[in-house]
Design a protein around this ligand. Structure first.
Ligand code: LLP
Length: 381
């Protein structure tokens, strides 16, 4: 029996191929480490596959740290960032002895030192530096500019590094950066590398030698043509860092990829409830909404939408594809050209593997939808 809609559909074969593509690109560089950014999708079935492929985890809450541990990620491959870590969350991470905290302010550094002292632990720390490098992406997902709340300002960096080196229960490992998400112009990452080179040059003058450089995540994917480009351009991405970042031989380089690992393996499968005609528009009202995929409403994101099972109709028409939620922004896309569409048709909203399920909500008292893999449901996607 075909499952009830809406549901998330995950192509685990594609996820495995994606992970193999990453492994292939970093294989020549034993000092490269990829941590999967769990915020993109913390579905346990995907986490298991990602963990088995040898990736570490990048977490942004105590809940994610716990979930990473439960999914089998080794604690020494877990990094933890976030501007507002609570005492309880810091303690969770300390108790699990994670690889590293990515620390975003002086007060946070002092609290971690204090809690580590109380627990009889030494907290390993990278300082998250705001590099003031612009990522050319949607304004809601730019993080590395001076006006953003993230990280330690460049002009405070030296002072904070020196403080980290002095605090008794802190071990200073190095520096962390993240400039934004859905970045497709590799020049943005080149600019980040150049900024890191300048920063390292400055630190060397003060005899400070970070052993860890973490460049965050942000590699974008192709939302327009997911079937043609199911795998992000990992080759070009990693090449930027091998070519432009100056590392000392003993330094390790860490990445925190989220979207590019899981986006393309996921689709949101939804059924057309009604086709509604007005004087100016034709709406396909579907049973999924912004509760299952908030990206179009929140970031004006465009996801490819098509029939999940090829339609028998050859004639096409234009539809605004909208959800059932009581919000005008509950629109997946406008004027989408589809084969003639009727009540009961199944649609696939593609590239929903990242920031789909993980950002789902129960707004309007809707239940969270189930998820199925290619091993359970046969869909020609
Ligand atoms: N590291 C840090 C510190 C981050 O803040 C993020 C994402 C990542 C890594 C992973 O970035 P990725 O490789 O996935 O681009 N909800 C938005 C995206 C928010 C990204 C937040 N930070 C969206 O749906 O587009």
């Amino acid at each position: 029996m075909f499952p009830e809609t809406p549901f998330y559909y995950y192509d685990t074969a594609l996820l495995r191929t994606t992970l193999a593509a990453i492994a292939k690109e970093i294989a020549p560089y034993p000092n490269y480490h990829v941590h999967y950014a769990m915020k993109a999708n913390a579905n346990p079935r995907l986490l298991e596959i990602i963990q088995q492929a040898g990736l570490g985890a990048d977490c942004v809450s105590g809940g994610e740290v716990q979930k990473a541990i439960d999914a089998g990620f080794p604690a020494d491959k877990i990094v933890y960032a976030g501007v507002g870590k609570s005492d309880r969350e810091i303690l969770t991470a300390l108790q699990h002895d994670i690889f590293c905290f990515n620390v975003e302010s002086i007060p946070e550094l002092e609290v971690i030192n204090e809690l580590a002292a109380r627990e009889g632990k030494i907290a390993r720390v990278c300082l998250r530096i705001n590099p003031d490098v612009e990522a050319h992406t949607h304004t809601h997902i730019i993080t590395g500019m001076a006006e953003n709340k993230f990280g330690i300002a460049l002009h405070d960096m030296l002072q904070v590094v020196q403080l980290a080196q002095q605090l008794s229960n802190i071990s200073f490992l190095g520096l962390h950066f993240h400039i934004g998400s859905q970045i497709t112009n590799m020049q943005d990452f080149v600019a980040l590398c150049q900024r890191i080179n300048e920063i390292q040059h400055l630190l060397h003058k003060h005899a400070i030698y970070p052993s860890v450089i973490n460049v965050g995540g942000g590699l974008g994917i192709d939302y327009q043509t997911p079937s043609e480009h199911p795998i992000a351009d990992f080759k070009a991405y990693f090449r930027v860092f091998t070519q432009h970042l100056h590392l000392r031989p003993e330094q390790s380089l860490h990445f925190e990829l989220g979207r590019s690992v899981v986006a393309q393996c996921g689709s949101l499968i939804t059924r057309v409830l009604y086709v509604k005609q007005t004087a100016t528009k034709q709406f396909a009202i579907v049973d999924a909404g912004m509760t299952e995929l908030i990206r179009p409403a929140l970031y004006q994101a465009k996801h490819k939408i098509h029939h999940a099972i090829p339609s028998l109709h050859h004639a096409t028409q234009r539809y605004d594809i909208v959800g059932p939620i009581c919000e005008s922004s509950d629109v997946f896309d406008k004027d989408v050209l589809l084969p003639i569409t009727q009540r009961g048709d199944l649609l696939a909203i593609r590239s929903a593997g990242a920031y789909g399920e993980s950002m789902a909500s129960t707004y309007n008292c809707r239940p969270l939808p189930p998820n199925y893999t290619d091993e359970e449901v046969d869909l020609p996607l």
